[in-house]
Design a protein around this ligand. Structure first.
Ligand SMILES: [Zn+2]
Ligand SMILES: [Zn+2]
Length: 247
C-alpha cells in the first residue's frame, strides 16, 4: 500500500514530462489549456460572409444580386445548404491530419466550436445530426474514432441530437483523392444506404431537417450521394456542415 504513493504535484510533473501540451498545428510547446500556438491560429482562414448562400463557397466581394455562386446556379447541389468553418490549406491540413490520426484530441473542443459558429444557422434549424459514414476516418483501423468524438462534442455544445449509423456504406469505395469531380461522383454513386437493420429510420428522418457532418468538403460528391439517400428516405431538407473545405 505504501511506498508507491507519489505526491500529487510530482505526479502532475511526471505527466507533463510524458505528455507536454503541444500545438496541434506545428507541435511547439503551448500552455496547458491551448490547443494551438498563436502563429498557427493566425494562419487559419475562417470562412465568413460574403459567401454563396447555397454551397457556402466564400466570395471575394459582396455580390450585388442573389448570393448564389455560378456553380450552384448552373447545377444546383442535392443538399440545401453547406457551410464550413475553415479553408483546408497549408495551415489547417496538418492540424486536421494530426487530429484524425489521433494524436491531437485536444483539438476536438476547438474544432467543434469553430463548426458551431460557422454552422449556427444550420444547427439552429436541424432536427438531427447524421455523420457521413466513415471512409477516410476509418473506425476499425483506429484506436479512437476521432470523427465521432468531434461530432459528439458538436452535438453537446449545440444541443442537436446525433443519430449514429443513420447512413451506412454499402460497399468499399476507393479513396477520393486524385479523382476529378465526375470520377468522385461515380465513385460514390450507390455507395450509401439507410441503415434499416433495426427499423425505424423512416420515422427518424420522415419530414425532418437533417444535418450531415463531415471533416472536409472537397467536390461535395460524398455529401450529395448521402443527401439523395436521405431525401429518398423522406428527409424534408438536408444541410451539410464540415470542419474545412477545399478552396
Ligand atoms: Zn503552432
Ligand atoms: Zn454555391
Amino acid at each position: 500500500m505504501t511506498g508507491f504513493a507519489i505526491p500529487r504535484a510530482i505526479g502532475r510533473g511526471l505527466l507533463d514530462l510524458l505528455l507536454p501540451p503541444r500545438c496541434g498545428g506545428c507541435g511547439v510547446d503551448v500552455s496547458a489549456d491551448a490547443a494551438l500556438c498563436l502563429d498557427c491560429w493566425r494562419a487559419v482562414t475562417f470562412i465568413a460572409e460574403p459567401m454563396c448562400e447555397v454551397c457556402g463557397v466564400p466570395f471575394e466581394i459582396q455580390p450585388l444580386g442573389a448570393a448564389v455562386c455560378g456553380d450552384c446556379l448552373a447545377d444546383p447541389p442535392a443538399f440545401d445548404r453547406a457551410r464550413s468553418a475553415v479553408l483546408y490549406d497549408d495551415a489547417t491540413r496538418p492540424m486536421i491530419l494530426s487530429f484524425k490520426h489521433g494524436d491531437r484530441l485536444t483539438l476536438a473542443p476547438l474544432f467543434a466550436a469553430w463548426m458551431r459558429a460557422a454552422g449556427a444557422d444550420l444547427l439552429d434549424t436541424a432536427d438531427l445530426i447524421a455523420p457521413v459514414p466513415l471512409h477516410r476516418w476509418r473506425m476499425i483501423s483506429r484506436k479512437y474514432n476521432q470523427s465521432a468524438i468531434l461530432i459528439r462534442t458538436l452535438a453537446g455544445i449545440s444541443g442537436v441530437p446525433v443519430v449514429d449509423s443513420l447512413l451506412v456504406r454499402t460497399r468499399h469505395t476507393p479513396s477520393q483523392g486524385r479523382k476529378t469531380g465526375a470520377q468522385r461522383a461515380a465513385n460514390v454513386r450507390g455507395a450509401f444506404a439507410l441503415w434499416n437493420n433495426c427499423g425505424g429510420n423512416a420515422e427518424v428522418i420522415e419530414g425532418r431537417r437533417v444535418l450531415l457532418v463531415d471533416d472536409v468538403l472537397t467536390t461535395g460528391a460524398t455529401v450529395s450521394a448521402c443527401t439523395r439517400v436521405l431525401k429518398r428516405g423522406g428527409a424534408r431538407a438536408v444541410d451539410v456542415l464540415t470542419l474545412a473545405r477545399v478552396a
